[in-house]
Each structure stands twice: as C-alpha cells, then as structure tokens.
Design a protein around this ligand. Structure first.
Ligand SMILES: [Zn+2]
Length: 232
C-alpha cells in the first residue's frame, strides 16, 4: 500500500457549540468503511521533516524554522478495524519502522481506528508545539487532518501534539498514559483523555480539539442536562 500526504490550506475551525452535534462522521471520499490493516505502508515524509530517535522511541523532527500558525502537512487517515497489529512503515528515504497500531491509532469510535503513517510517529506533549484540525466539507468530516504550528518551531525541534485534544476517554488498558511523562512544566499529569481534564483546561482547550472529541464533550453535557431534567 502506498500512502501520500496531500497539501492543503489550514481548514477553518469547527463550531465550539452544540451545533457540532449535527456534523456527520461520514468520509466524503470513496473509502467510507474501515478496512483491514495493511501489513506494510509505503509513504513519503513531507519536505522539511525527518524521523529521528526521540526520548521515547522515535519521533518526527523538523529541519526548518516553522512560524506560528504555519501549515505543516496534511495527514490522510486510513480507517482500520483491528488495532492489535504490527505495521511496517517504509519511507521514501529508506527508514523502516515497525509500529504497533494499538498505541499509534486515533480512536474514531464505533470500532474504527484512524492511522496515518506520518502522524502516527508524532509524540505527545501536554504543551505541544503543533496541533491538527479535521478537514470538513459541508457537514461531513473528511479523512484528512491538517497539522500546523501553534508557536514558532526552531530547526531540529521535535514536533509534538497534545493527545488530550484527540482522545476523549482513553481505555484503561492503554499504556503508558498514567502518569504522563511528557516532561513539560505545563503537564496535566495524565493522558486519560479530554474528559478527565479540569473544567478550566477543558474550556481553554476545546477550540483545539478534534471533531470526535468535541462531539463527545457536548453529548456528555447533554446527558447531564437530561439527567437533571429527569430528576425534576
Ligand atoms: Zn504531560
């Protein structure tokens, strides 16, 4: 299987209100169903980025200066069924990496896991230097997510994203999530998911969450309101 990242502008932000509940998780392109995970994926590393040894395993590093808010690359997710698989990633530059999809997926709910070979190699930080936004067309979410710098990034810096913006509630068996070992002075202490953050952090971070986290947040809120109405 050959996999390529596609270039594109940073998409507009998604609504941060209950309006988000009317958006659909339907991919607008041909692959709308999850597929079996391929054993091997060939892909091109975007220009200006490299795979290097990181504090834990490997990570994605930049070789160039990236100004704040600048577009970096687009992840093109493959929806897969089975998360308990090893995948061999082979880059155009000769890197061969074996990754375990049980720790390198994005849980999209309904038994579907999203895998992008490049984005899968980006490590977590509670104070990340990059973020990603789901691209939507009309009211439908696509399989693409654009990565951009949330602050100036210097050459040779590791690219990090905040997994708490992409995971609503991590399954208890997901390892290692507790305690978080990102080492940032702004560390939240745990990677158990957006749901478990303090209320003030939720308010501050909600505009940067991925669509499925935002939907889960407002669904949870609605459930609490329904419960209260039932009690009255
Ligand atoms: Zn942390």
């Amino acid at each position: 299987m050959t996999h390529n990242t596609a270039a594109g502008p940073i998409p507009k932000s998604l609504p941060c209100t209950e309006e988000i509940l009317s958006y659909e998780f339907q991919y607008e392109d041909d692959v709308s169903e999850a597929v079996e995970c391929p054993p091997e994926i060939h892909f091109t590393i975007p220009e200006g980025f490299e795979i290097r040894r990181a504090r834990y395993g490997i990570g994605i590093y930049t070789t160039k200066f990236i100004p704040k808010n600048d577009y970096m690359f687009t992840a093109y997710y493959i929806p897969i069924h089975d998360k308990q698989l090893k995948v061999k990633e082979i880059t155009d530059r000769g890197d061969i990496i074996e990754i375990d999809t049980s720790t390198h997926f994005l849980n999209a709910g309904n038994g579907t896991y999203l895998l992008d070979p490049c984005a899968a190699l980006i490590n977590h930080s509670c104070d990340a230097n990059a973020n990603n936004i789901d691209e939507i067309i009309g009211m439908k979410v696509t399989r693409r997510s654009s990565y951009y710098a949330v602050r100036d990034i210097q050459p040779n810096e590791e690219i990090t994203i905040n997994y708490l913006l992409a995971v609503y509630e991590a399954p208890p068996n997901l390892h290692p999530i507790d305690p978080c070992e990102c080492g940032s002075p702004k560390c939240f202490g745990s990677m158990r998911g957006f749901k478990n953050l303090p209320e003030s952090a939720k308010q501050a971070l909600l505009p940067y969450t991925l669509l499925h986290v935002r939907v889960a947040h407002f669904m949870d809120k609605q459930k609490k309101v329904d419960k209260k109405l039932d009690q009255n």
